[in-house]
Design a protein around this ligand. Structure first.
Ligand SMILES: NC(=O)c1ccc[n+]([C@@H]2O[C@H](COP(=O)([O-])OP(=O)(O)OC[C@H]3O[C@@H](n4cnc5c(N)ncnc54)[C@H](OP(=O)(O)O)[C@@H]3O)[C@@H](O)[C@H]2O)c1
Length: 263
C-alpha cells in the first residue's frame, strides 16, 4: 500500500503518527508533499518519511491520496492533481466541499470525504466519513483503516451527516475546551487553587464521559442520580437552565452546521 499526503500540517502529521503507531503502514509506504520546508524537515526527521514539495510527484503511484491542506489552498492542489489514475482513491479531510464538487474539481470518481476532529492528534479522534458510489469495497476498507488509525471512525451513506458531524465533533472539540476552561475558572472563583481546580474538572469530565459509555444509561438518568432533592447540584443546574445552557448549545451547533454547509 502506498499513501500520499498532500499537506503535512497538524492533521496530516496526526494521521501519519496514527498509521505508524498502529502498524498500518511503514514510513517507506508513505510520502508527504508540503509547501513548507519546516514541515517537510520535521516530518522527515521525526518519522523518517520521504517529503517533497511537488504534489503531482507525491501522488504518483499512490493507492490513496490524502488531501490535508486548508480549504483555501485546495484550488492550487486541484491544479496540481487534476485527473488522478482511475484506481487511486482521493480522501479529503477538508471541512466542507461536497463529494460532487471534489469529483468535478479533480475529474475523478473514487473519492472519500471525511470529517475528523482535533483529538485525532492523540489517537482519540472521531471521524465520520462517506464515499462516492464508484469507490469500491477494497478502497473503502483502505480508507477505514487509515481513518481508524487516529481514533473511532463511522462510515455513513448520507453525505449530509458530514456537515452535522463537523458542527458536533469537528468544531465541538473547541466548545468542550471552552467549557473546560470556564469550569476551571469557576473553581478558582469559589477559591480552589488553579491546579487543583484543573485536576478536579478534567477528571470529572473524563469520568462522566466514561460513565455514559460504560454504564449504558441515558445521560439524563445519570444526571438525576447525582441530583439530590434540595441539594447543591440542583442549585447549579437551576442556574444553567436559567441561563438557557441547552438552548445556547443548540444554537451554537446549528450556527456551525450552517457555516459548514456554506463552505
Ligand atoms: N486541525 C484540525 O483539528 C482539523 C480537524 C478536522 C479537519 N481539519 C481539516 O484538515 C485540513 C488540514 O488542517 P491542518 O490543521 O492540518 O492544517 P495545517 O496545519 O495548516 O496543514 C496544512 C499544511 O499544508 C501546507 N500547504 C498549503 N498549501 C499547500 C499546497 N498547495 N500543497 C501542499 N501543501 C500545502 C501548509 O503549509 P503552510 O502552512 O506554509 O501554508 C501546511 O503545512 C483542513 O482542511 C481542515 O479543515 C482539521
Amino acid at each position: 500500500m502506498r499513501i500520499s499526503f498532500i499537506g503535512g500540517g497538524a492533521m496530516g502529521e496526526a494521521i501519519i503518527r496514527g498509521i505508524l503507531a498502529k502498524g498500518v503502514a511503514t514510513p517507506q509506504d508513505m510520502v508527504v508533499s508540503d509547501i513548507s520546508q519546516t514541515r517537510r524537515e520535521l516530518l522527515t526527521n521525526e518519522y523518517g518519511i520521504e517529503t517533497l514539495d511537488d504534489n503531482r510527484q507525491a501522488a504518483k503511484g499512490a493507492d490513496l491520496i490524502v488531501l490535508a491542506v486548508k480549504p483555501q489552498n485546495l484550488a492550487r492542489v486541484v491544479q496540481d492533481l487534476k485527473a488522478p489514475s482511475p484506481e487511486q482513491l482521493v480522501v479529503s479531510i477538508l471541512a466542507g466541499g461536497t463529494l460532487a464538487k471534489l469529483c468535478q474539481d479533480f475529474n475523478h470518481l473514487s473519492v472519500v470525504r471525511a470529517a475528523p476532529n482535533m483529538p485525532a492528534q492523540i489517537g482519540q479522534g472521531i471521524t465520520v466519513w462517506t464515499a462516492t458510489a464508484d469507490t469500491n469495497e477494497r478502497q473503502k476498507e483502505l480508507a477505514r483503516t487509515v481513518l481508524g488509525a487516529v481514533g473511532k471512525e463511522i462510515y455513513v451513506t448520507e453525505e449530509k451527516y458530514l456537515d452535522m458531524a463537523t458542527a458536533l465533533g469537528g468544531s465541538g472539540a473547541a466548545y468542550v475546551f471552552l467549557f473546560i476552561e470556564a469550569f476551571i475558572d469557576a473553581g478558582v472563583h469559589v477559591g480552589l487553587p488553579r491546579d487543583l481546580s484543573q485536576q478536579v474538572v478534567t477528571q470529572t469530565i473524563l469520568g462522566s464521559t466514561s460513565s455514559v459509555e460504560m454504564m449504558g444509561k441515558h445521560p439524563a438518568v445519570l444526571k438525576n442520580m447525582v441530583t439530590s432533592p434540595g441539594g447543591t447540584t440542583t442549585e447549579a443546574l437551576f442556574q444553567l437552565e436559567k441561563g438557557a445552557f441547552r438552548a445556547l448549545l443548540y444554537e451554537a451547533v446549528a450556527a456551525a452546521h450552517s457555516k459548514a454547509q456554506r463552505l
